[in-house]
Design a binder for this molecule. Structure first.
Ligand SMILES: [Zn+2]
Length: 220
């Protein structure tokens, strides 16, 4: 008999739940139309079924607490933490694996010592502000990780992030992608992405955009 994996949620699904729950609490306080609030509530609570966690105690408890219009943001936040036990957190590769991901790069930042909320992380990123560079560990559609480094413009602008598709503080990340088989032929790729990867992860719901970004900086 197959044993079902206890970790049922991906980080982006957990992020989706967190955002929608907090939106619902905001609606309790700001929307007067009961029907609108009820529709929002139904949509939010349907996430349990959508992500296959509706039978877990953690979800049932969350629904029970958030169901009350007097539920505060802090109370919801606290209860949401219990869902972390269901999340398949991002696994930081070992030191050796990271070295392999960034072949030919001499100074790779220490991903292991970064404080990252791995329950909300769909990818990893470290800014090397002194050298105007960014180091990224990105998954592709097949679950394979890629180490990508590139220039990260120190200028911060307000714009759309290619990864999370939100408007916020972004900078231009540009990297060279090597053409397969060809010697020294590179294609330059530039994308505006969130300045801070933790902020990006906290609002990253659709993995398709992340995968598209991975493709654009790893494939010609
Ligand atoms: Zn972003």
């Amino acid at each position: 008999m197959e044993i079902k994996d206890e970790k049922m949620l991906k980080p982006n699904e957990y992020v989706d739940i967190k955002i929608k729950i907090q939106n619902l609490i905001s609606a309790y306080k700001s929307v007067n139309d009961k029907n609108v609030v009820n529709v929002l509530k139904q949509d939010t609570f349907a996430l349990g079924t959508q992500y296959g966690i509706d039978e877990t105690n953690e979800w049932k408890q969350l629904v029970q607490i958030v169901d009350s219009v007097s539920c505060s943001h802090q109370n919801a936040e606290k209860t949401l933490l219990d869902l972390e036990s269901l999340v398949n957190a991002f696994e930081i590769p070992s030191h050796k694996q990271i070295e392999k991901l960034f072949k030919k790069i001499k100074k790779v930042p220490d991903f292991e010592s970064e404080t990252v909320n791995l329950y909300e992380a769909s990818y990893l990123g470290i800014n090397d502000t002194g050298n105007a560079k960014k180091f990224l560990i990105l998954p592709d559609r097949n679950g394979k990780l890629h180490g990508v480094t590139g220039d990260f413009d120190i200028q911060i602008v307000n714009g759309l992030c290619a990864v999370c598709q939100n408007i916020g503080n972004v900078s231009l990340f540009s990297t060279k992608v090597k053409q397969r088989g060809a010697d020294g032929n590179y294609v330059k790729r530039g994308n505006y992405i969130c300045r801070h990867t933790d902020e990006c992860n906290r609002q990253l719901i659709e993995l398709e955009h992340l995968y598209d970004f991975t493709d654009s900086v790893t494939k010609v």
